[in-house]
Design a protein around this ligand. Structure first.
Ligand code: HEC
Ligand code: HEC
Ligand code: HEC
Ligand code: HEC
Length: 184
């Protein structure tokens, strides 16, 4: 009887431990756009790094340092725009995380980065994992299968909660940042 009870207890404990350790494993860390760019910069592969650098997303944090931004923030009573989480939530990533979750090369100044959209990359960024879409997705990579899914991503920020929102024309806006791998 006692033996049976301890077996049940051990089983419960094992389940708990496995549960706890997998939920820890799912806390992926941010490595920063520069690290992604090491492998995603060649023109023949779609030059993702360059497309992003030339897009407004790479400036989304910097724009919060402008006079215009501080004026908007002040009107809402938030103080400095670049310090207000009410602004940072759409203009940056990682600002609210413990430093242990951010790689040395990660820079909050990079604004809306690769990992803002594709998920934190510490576990999927290795060549071995990246070569398998399935494995990458299992280790935290987010991909978007069709225009509906892509649009749903965009409108998490491009919506009327943005103080400067002037509408969002998906086709026009997506054409400005699209960075697919060219068909071979
Ligand atoms: C060590 C090199 C390397 C690094 C670093 C790297 N990648 Fe990749 N990535 C690849 C390779 C190789 C592929 C597969 C390309 C192919 O299928 O032609 C890939 C594929 C992808 C894809 C397409 C997945 C699919 O199947 O649709 C995305 C999105 C992606 N990477 C994003 C990132 C992001 C974001 C980072 C940074 C967190 C990153 N990568 C870092 C090498 C890398
Ligand atoms: C819901 C997401 C979201 C929030 C919250 C947000 N922004 Fe933005 N912000 C955007 C988007 C998306 C753009 C680009 C297009 C637009 O204006 O909608 C933008 C653009 C800007 C621009 C560039 C000017 C322009 O006309 O494009 C400034 C300046 C700015 N935001 C300041 C702020 C400040 C200051 C706050 C905090 C009070 C803030 N934003 C909060 C999403 C957001
Ligand atoms: C604003 C969101 C956003 C940002 C920022 C972003 N991506 Fe993407 N990325 C997407 C979307 C949407 C797609 C198209 C759907 C898909 O393939 O997942 C895509 C596609 C890709 C693909 C090609 C997939 C294919 O099979 O053609 C790669 C590789 C990639 N991104 C890498 C990066 C890298 C590297 C960065 C940073 C330098 C980056 N992305 C920044 C949203 C983003
Ligand atoms: C995490 C929030 C966020 C997401 C997700 C996001 N954006 Fe943005 N986007 C911004 C912010 C903030 C700006 C303004 C940056 C600035 O003014 O410096 C911006 C600016 C832009 C601009 C430049 C504005 C212009 O009028 O030319 C384009 C284009 C754009 N985004 C397209 C997209 C598309 C397409 C998607 C979805 C695939 C997307 N964005 C997803 C936050 C986001």
């Amino acid at each position: 009887m006692l033996y049976r009870m301890s077996l049940t207890l051990i089983t419960i404990l094992v389940f708990l431990l496995v549960g706890v350790s997998t939920s820890f494993a799912q806390e992926y860390n941010y490595v920063g756009s520069k690290t992604c760019g090491m492998c995603h910069k060649k023109d023949k592969d779609g030059a993702q790094l360059k497309v992003w650098e030339e897009s407004m997303h790479s400036k989304a944090y910097e724009v919060l340092k402008t006079e215009e931004a501080n004026k908007i923030a002040a009107e809402k009573g938030f103080g400095k725009a670049v310090e207000a989480k009410e602004c940072l939530q759409c203009h940056a990533v990682g600002y609210d995380l413990d430093a242990s979750r951010l790689d040395k090369k990660f820079k909050i100044e990079d604004g809306v980065q690769c990992e803002t959209c594709h998920g934190p990359g510490s576990e999927y960024k290795s060549m071995k994992v990246m070569k398998s879409q399935e494995e990458s997705v299992n280790k935290g990579l987010k991909i978007f299968k069709n225009d509906d899914e892509i649009k749903a991503l965009c409108v998490t920020c491009h919506n009327d909660k943005s103080p400067t929102f002037k509408g969002f024309d998906f086709a026009k806006m997506y054409a400005k940042i699209k960075h697919n791998i060219p068909e071979k």
